[in-house]
Design a protein around this ligand. Structure first.
Ligand SMILES: Cc1ncc(COP(=O)(O)O)c(C=O)c1O
Length: 384
């Protein structure tokens, strides 16, 4: 089997790492303490400060763990329905399903605004609905005023999947501060990258304790406390898991959090340059082109190919030009495990068929944006 990789001129994503990340990890390794300890506490505190709104943070091993903790902490169990996004990564739907819940898909607002549609969410509420889970797709906020008000009216819990959203806001309020629980991912390609990592954010003492128990075996004491001489024994308060973050990942998180404002600002500049070029290509359209709900995080650069354009052909043509592309996301109901998933979502299904993601990362150059757009413009031209 060949391990040769295509010689990309523009990769889909590149790490925004320099010597600071390397030094942070080396320093951690030299410190003699590598499992959850002071660096994790510092990362949680810095994240909480950044979010404000009385946020309390618990670092976890990845974004899926964060979602699982969120679902379990809210007591979602067998037969409980949770309204979930249809244009998202499968972890959202899986986290409900593995907890015994029933995911019910909600559609997007329109072919131009791909956020979850509050009207469709409300239509799908039944007496069995326990919670609504939203995702701020690509870092563009959902319509939070409407969604929070639906949750209040129907007495439903709200989970925010903020995997795409570090640093973003809705009308000035930080994303991740609207839900009962918000779940974050720091996977490699995210706006904060640590390899594998995540965060659970809550605002009440009760939920904080519940999530803390779920993160670490329900134990009252961690190894770090024992090392500090603070305790020699422990109690187990309730059943829990091991979803802890280690010190190497937390030290990366601290460096990445500091870089976030500049990195997001650069993503914003690159997106604006993309918009200028893409507006001239009539075979495609760009979602969120007139977005006005707050500051996005520009996590990815999705476009919509016109109906009838051969997506696979475009992917191949761009690959031949050295440009890597991707798809965010395949339709949930096309996956074997979710063929029978509840919730009609015609617009999302159409988007999943025609979406293409162009490269976007903070160290990308203007010339690379130009190259991607030239390649796309050639690829979409009708072949005669
Ligand atoms: C929207 C969304 N939710 C959840 C996840 C799961 O996060 P992780 O890969 O850290 O488990 C991801 C990314 O991978 C994601 O993009």
């Amino acid at each position: 089997m060949s391990s040769a990789q295509p010689d990309w001129k523009v990769q889909l994503f590149k790490l925004n790492f320099d010597e600071s990340e390397i030094e942070a990890v080396v320093e951690t390794l030299r410190s003699g303490w590598i499992t959850m300890g002071q660096r994790t506490l510092d990362f949680e505190a810095a994240f909480a400060k950044e979010l404000g709104h009385g946020s309390r943070c618990l670092a976890v091993s990845n974004g899926t763990a964060a979602l699982h903790v969120a679902v379990l902490a809210l007591g979602i169990t067998t037969g409980d329905e949770v309204i979930v996004p249809s244009l998202t990564f499968i972890a959202d739907i899986n986290s409900v399903k593995v907890s015994g819940g029933v995911p019910v898909l909600a559609d997007v607002i329109s072919m131009a605004d791909w956020s979850m549609d509050p009207a469709d969410i409300e239509k799908k509420i039944t007496p069995r609905t326990k919670a609504i889970m939203v995702v701020h797709y690509a870092g563009y906020s959902c319509a939070m005023d409407e969604i929070v008000s639906i949750c209040k009216r129907h007495k439903l819990a709200l989970i925010e999947d903020c995997a795409h959203a570090p640093g973003g806001d809705y009308k000035g309020q930080k994303l991740g501060t609207f839900g009962d629980v918000s779940a974050w991912s720091f996977f490699t390609n995210k706006n904060i990258s640590v390899g594998e990592g995540g965060m659970v954010v809550v605002r009440t003492e009760a939920l904080y304790q519940k999530c803390k128990n779920l993160r670490s075996h329900g134990m009252t004491v961690a190894s770090f406390d024992r090392m500090k001489g603070r305790a020699s024994t422990y109690d187990v308060l309730e059943a829990g898991l091991n979803y802890r973050m280690d010190e190497m990942h937390s030290s990366l998180g601290l460096v990445q959090l500091e870089k976030l404002p500049a990195a997001n600002a650069r993503r914003g500049e690159l997106t604006a340059r993309y918009f200028t070029h893409l507006d001239k290509i009539k075979e495609i359209s760009v979602p969120f082109r007139h977005y006005d709900r707050g500051t996005p995080t520009w996590h990815i650069m999705p476009i919509l190919l016109n109906n009838g354009i051969d997506r696979q052909g475009i992917i191949e043509a761009m690959k031949n030009d050295g440009v890597q592309t991707s798809i965010h996301y395949p339709a949930i109901q096309d996956f074997t495990a979710y063929r029978e998933c509840a919730g009609e979502v015609p617009q999302a299904r159409e988007i999943c068929r025609r979406e293409l993601t162009l490269p976007l990362f903070p160290t990308m150059t203007d010339a690379q944006v130009d190259l991607v757009c030239d390649s796309l413009a050639r690829a979409v031209l009708p072949k005669i």
